[in-house]
Ligand binder design. Structure first.
Ligand SMILES: Nc1ncnc2c1ncn2[C@@H]1O[C@H](COP(=O)(O)OP(=O)(O)O)[C@@H](O)[C@H]1O
Ligand SMILES: [Mg+2]
Length: 297
């Protein structure tokens, strides 16, 4: 068999296959322990989904990847460069390689869709001047990618929640990022609009060849887009691997979460109950059925 030139180079450094890595990440806010030693390698060109109940530390983890939070212990790496110790100034070029769809993906309400999407290009203008023509071209190209080319002249207030997310996504990718971070991309959307976003996540991966990292508590979305799945619980990784292994897991927390038997509120109630039970004696509980006074299910 004849080998291509590229192969031995690509395989000589195993880390080259993981552009983004975190090692032993620990983060506390005062007495709240949020990340308890997270180590993860994110495979190149694939979609990694971090699944877990709300409050388990997903957004905090994502922010560490681009230096919006700094770890108490551990390290964050991008293409073999340590980023958690970089100054804001040295971080800027690293951040440019990332597109970030924030949880609340806020658009600037006073700007048209087109100006919102062009915003990162204008910010960059000072360091790498580009022509107005090229700006317009790139804005239209990303709007076309999210299927909203015709909305260019609209104001954000004229759009639905799902459309706003798609515009925020267009803005996140306008600088052609190597890595795209999605924080709860489908939260608050109905199933049909969620599925449009899922489709876009899959499409972005192939169109940009980007490494994608999605954090979500939406199971349907997770299984739809993930090449690699990570389940996080209370600041720790519970299980990690191809999506298939999650379906076969016998771990009670994993299987309850996946069967949708425990809502987030219930998981919280279970955690709180076991903490309190450890501290003081209480009226006896039915241990098979956690009390869930605030559950919405
Ligand atoms: N800047 C902060 N200061 C204090 N507490 C924070 C801060 N950011 C997040 N937290 C807390 O850390 C925990 C994890 O938050 P987060 O990562 O946002 O959860 P989620 O998994 O829902 O994204 C929560 O209890 C949250 O209140
Ligand atoms: Mg979050």
């Amino acid at each position: 068999m004849i080998r291509t030139m590229a192969e031995p180079v690509a395989h000589s450094n195993p880390r080259a296959d993981f552009p983004v890595r975190v090692v032993g990440l620990v983060k506390n806010f005062e007495r709240l322990k949020v990340l308890k030693g997270i180590s993860l390698d994110f495979p190149r060109g694939k979609t990694t989904v971090i699944l877990g109940p709300s409050g388990c530390g997903k957004s905090v983890l994502l922010k560490h990847l681009v230096g919006l939070e700094r770890p108490d212990r551990g390290s964050v790496w991008y293409e073999n460069q340590r980023v958690d110790t970089l100054s804001e100034e040295r971080l800027a070029p690293v951040r440019r390689e990332f597109g970030f769809l924030f949880q609340n993906g806020a658009l600037f309400d006073s700007m048209s869709v087109e100006d919102n999407v062009a915003f990162p290009l204008r910010e960059l203008e000072a360091s790498t001047p580009t022509s107005a023509y090229e700006h317009a071209e790139r804005v239209i190209r990303v709007l076309r990618m999210v299927g909203l080319e015709e909305a260019a002249q609209k104001m954000p207030s004229e759009l639905s929640g799902g459309q706003r997310k798609r515009i925020a996504l267009a803005r996140a990718i306008v600088l052609r990022p190597k890595v795209v971070l999605y924080d709860e991309p489908t939260t608050g959307l109905d199933p049909i609009r969620s599925d449009v976003i899922n489709e876009l996540i899959i499409k972005m991966k192939s169109a940009l060849g980007a490494t994608s990292i999605v954090v979500t508590h939406d199971l349907v979305s997770a299984f739809r887009v993930a090449d690699h799945l990570v389940m996080m619980h209370e600041g720790e990784i519970m299980l990690e691997g191809p999506p298939e292994i999650f379906r076969d897991s016998t771990d009670p927390v994993v299987s309850r979460f996946l069967r949708g038997e425990a809502s987030e509120d219930e998981l919280r109630a279970i955690r709180d109950a076991s903490r309190h039970d450890g501290n003081r004696s209480q009226a006896p509980r039915d241990s098979t059925r956690p009390s869930t006074p605030h559950s919405t299910r």
